[in-house]
Design a protein around this ligand. Structure first.
Ligand code: ADP
Ligand code: ASP
Ligand code: MG
Length: 814
């Protein structure tokens, strides 16, 4: 004998019902089959909606009724194209009954729990009838039995309790004969001892099947649904979730109690004591293995078996000094909720007994508050306790696993990964059995939290990075290309899944939560929405994805001004833009503080020497306890280019123009030639060495002519270069006479910094610096005489992009 249950989606369309019938037909060849069906998918909700509308005197209940009617008639006709008349007759008769009931509710303006149960019972009555009659039409030996004649309950409408003694007897008597017939039973519905229609609670068809399976002591209960088993977490919210092949009853119960809708929580109870395994299978993919729930020793190395969530939670907090040490408060609190038939999902109590915190369904919050405040009226009036505090918009998430008790550090990992991703935890509960750890968080954070925890406990070797890039000019474009090109390498070798979720230039921006397809990002960006800096931030924030990183590839002050906002949302910042880190010291310090506080990295390696690992090296020296004595460096690719090409055969103006044309200088060459850019770089190195310094503190002796320094516009500046050629030639001549090369040098020594053009003699490490190369020499406590030297290309789109790339990877490895 087999007991199978098919859920709403499985009987939700004619196509799926055909699948169900073929499964049943197959089973029926060799065994007696009992099949419990849910209502057609979505119909129970629609019945309740129609009831509410009728109760509220909204004529729209008729539209809802018509939707319900059409759905069923359409299914009957499609399933039975030739001989649907008699089935249709009966279905229409039932629907007429439903319509009358709704009209009655409309008339009296009232929908009691008792009437509500009568109303929803139409869903299962219709679906079971249609499935059974269609099978008969096709010559399959099938029978429908109304389970209301089998399952006896009390009169607790909408969630009635089963009288097992009477129920088991009814079921055993009815299925005495072992005929090779498929019996179709409507799930969810039952009857009270006094003969009124009751239901077993939303999702209760699973329960019906378990009751029947237990009464008949079958070998196995099969729950057929629309997913291939019980997943590691809700597959609708976490793409990486996967089916669990074996799980214990306890674990399944915990997961379903905490929201894994795939199994109605009470289902386990009747089969547990008889050790009847539950097999969860997918109607849409019958060949998939599914999940077996049983008592079998489950050998798994994973301490956490699954993660579940319940939405629409309210948190009630009862607190006050008058509660401490006085017995009876919790009793009265729980009694009140029980009288109001309010289900408590979780409880926490501070050890000081100063407060008790309860998680309940949001829909019950109002009733709970009124009832509790009334019960504690006296104590509230005497200021012994506060009126109950109700918080809404919350969700519960729970880690579940029998094995968690044998592993240390699970909750540590849970809360630190939530914290890192800025998920605020409002309350925590852990059962003494340590089968679950429960946390209450904001509803808006659920998807992020589940993905974070799933990554932490089930994909521990891979890390997803969600990157948002602003500025896709020369450097930004290369960065996007590098990410695209390295995607597979990162995944295979570094276990990093990097996806670009947001992209923006100064005009347009685009977003794709699952990652932008980088094969044609430029065309997509052209079609994007109008970009604003704040709009980009808001969207990044609202997507609320774990491990989010904002990448600034602009040189724009307004972008730099937004870093604090990003960091406050625990979004990491990677920048080649130097403005923030060379801005006012207070601002630099604030950003560093925010980065620490919100666990959001702020990395800017490319601020100095493009892709060269200068800042990272400096940070490592400092972190390992070394002391920086002095730094000497040539840090301007543009000035190097200029002075490497300038001589008595060339004109200073021409060389500067050429540097601009080849992309070595900023559009305004004064930023490079005035030394400001180099000053910003040495400032950043000085600050990273631990010194408080501002740009004004850096001595900057300019080599520009008087007129050049005073010029108002870029054009005027170029004019001065032509007019003052003699001044520049004199700089060259002096260096040549001294057998020196001209290099623009940045120095940091004894807490002071300077930048200036210098004549570098032969033999000095700076002397042979070519092209746009940079060089940095760190003299430290550990490198007192022979400095640590870093040298290489210090400018260019490719190397800058790879520096940004390295910063992003650094965050992944954090
Ligand atoms: P049925 O109508 O077949 O009873 P339900 O909608 O009640 O189906 O339950 C199946 C749904 O449960 C899935 O489609 C999925 O969205 C949801 N679900 C939530 N958590 C889990 C989980 N951990 N594993 C599988 N499904 C889950
Ligand atoms: N049809 C009922 C519901 O939607 C019972 C079930 O599907 O299990 O809640
Ligand atoms: Mg269900």
């Amino acid at each position: 004998m087999k007991v199978l249950k098919f859920g709403g989606t499985s009987v939700g369309s004619s196509k799926n019902i055909n699948k169900v019938i073929s499964i049943l037909e197959n089973y029926g060849k060799s065994d007696t089959v009992i099949c419990v069906v849910s209502a057609v998918g979505g119909i129970t909700d629609k019945l309740l909606l129609a009831g509410k509308q009728a109760q509220n005197k909204e004529q729209a209940f008729l539209n809802t009724f018509n939707d319900i009617k059409e759905k069923h008639i359409d299914i009957v006709k499609t399933l039975n194209p030739e001989n649907s008349a008699s089935i249709l007759n009966e279905v229409e008769e039932k629907l007429n009954g439903l319509k009358s009931l709704l009209e009655g509710i409309f008339l009296i303006n009232e929908l009691s729990p008792k009437t509500s149960d009568k109303l929803v019972s139409y869903g299962e009555l219709l679906s079971s009838y249609i499935v059974a009659e269609t099978m008969k039409n096709r010559g399959i030996s099938a029978e429908r039995k109304n389970s209301q004649e089998l399952i006896v309950t009390n009169s607790n409408f909408t969630k009635a309790e089963v009288d097992y003694k009477a129920t088991n007897k009814n079921i055993q008597d009815y299925f005495k004969s072992d005929s090779k017939t498929v019996t179709i039973l409507p799930g969810f519905i039952s009857k009270s001892k006094t003969g009124e229609i009751t239901t077993l609670g939303r999702g209760g068809s699973d329960f019906t099947a378990a009751i029947v399976a237990a009464a008949l002591q079958v070998e196995q209960l099969e729950i057929w649904t629309d997913v291939s088993g019980m997943y590691t977490t809700n597959p609708k919210l976490v793409k990486q979730a996967y089916p669990i092949d074996k799980i214990s009853y306890q674990e399944a119960m915990e997961l379903s109690h905490f929201g894994a809708k795939v199994l109605y929580p009470p289902t386990v109870q009747p089969v547990l004591s008889l050790s009847i395994p539950i097999h969860i299978k997918n109607t849409l993919e019958p060949e998939a293995a599914g999940t077996i729930i049983s008592n079998d020793e489950v050998t798994s190395t994973k301490p956490v078996k699954g993660i579940s969530n319940i939405s629409n939670i309210a948190l009630l907090t009862l607190e006050g000094s008058g509660m401490v040490g006085i017995p009876g408060f919790s009793k009265r609190l729980f009694e009140t909720l029980s009288q109001e038939k309010i289900n408590i999902i979780m409880i926490t109590q501070a050890s000081s007994e100063h407060s008790i915190c309860l998680g309940i369904e949001e829909k019950d919050a109002e009733n709970a508050k009124v009832a509790i405040d009334a019960v504690f009226e006296n104590e509230i009036a005497l200021n012994k306790i506060e009126p109950i505090i109700v918080e809404t918009g919350l969700s519960i998430i729970a880690l579940v696993g029998d094995n968690m008790k044998n592993h240390q550090g699970i909750s540590g990992k849970m809360f630190s990964s939530l914290g890192k991703n800025n998920v605020n935890v409002r309350a925590i509960a852990q059962g003494a059995s340590e089968k679950n750890i429960t946390a209450v968080i904001a509803e808006k954070d659920v998807k992020k939290a589940l993905n974070t925890l799933h990554e932490q406990f089930f994909e521990s070797k891979t890390k997803q990075l969600n990157v948002f890039i602003t500025g896709v000019g020369n450097v930004g474009e290369r960065l996007v290309e590098q990410i695209h090109q390295q995607k597979k390498f990162l995944k295979d070798n570094l276990k990093i899944k990097m996806r670009v979720v947001g992209l923006s230039n100064s005009r347009k921006m685009i977003f794709a939560e699952e990652g932008i397809d980088l094969t044609n990002w430029k065309a997509q960006l052209e079609e994007g929405e109008a970009a604003t800096l704040q709009g980009f931030f808001e969207k990044t924030k609202s997507l609320n994805l774990r491990n989010s990183i904002f990448v600034d590839v602009t040189a724009n002050k307004n972008v730099a001004d937004l870093y604090a906002q990003y960091l406050r949302e625990s979004i990491g910042v990677v920048a080649c833009n130097k403005i923030a880190c060379s801005s006012d010291f207070e601002n630099y310090k604030l950003l560093k503080r925010l980065s620490l506080k919100y666990n959001a990295p702020l990395l800017f390696e490319t601020n100095v020497g493009a892709g060269l690992p200068i800042i990272d090296t400096l940070n490592n020296l400092v972190a390992s306890g070394d002391k920086i004595h002095s730094i000497q460096a040539v840090l301007s690719g543009s000035l190097n280019f200029v002075f490497n090409n300038f001589n008595d055969q060339t004109k200073f103006y021409d060389v500067v123009k050429q540097a601009g044309a080849e992309g070595y200088t900023e559009p305004d060459p004064r930023i490079d030639l005035s030394g400001v850019d180099v000053a910003r770089k040495i400032l950043i190195l000085a600050r990273e060495s631990g010194v408080e310094m501002n740009l004004e503190d850096i001595k900057n002796k300019s080599f520009l002519s008087e007129a050049g320094l005073k010029s108002d516009t870029v054009d005027d500046f170029y004019e001065t270069l032509i007019a003052d050629e003699a001044h520049y030639q004199s700089l060259y001549a002096s260096a040549k006479a001294n057998n020196c090369q001209l290099k623009y040098v940045a120095k940091f020594d004894q807490g002071k910094a300077s930048v200036s053009l210098q004549e570098i003699p032969e033999g000095h490490p700076f002397y042979n610096l070519e092209g746009s190369d940079n060089i940095v020499m760190f003299y430290t406590q550990r490198y007192p005489k022979n400095p640590m030297i870093i040298k290489g290309a210090g400018a260019g789109a490719d190397v800058t992009a790879s520096g940004l790339f390295a910063d992003i990877i650094r965050i992944a490895n954090d």
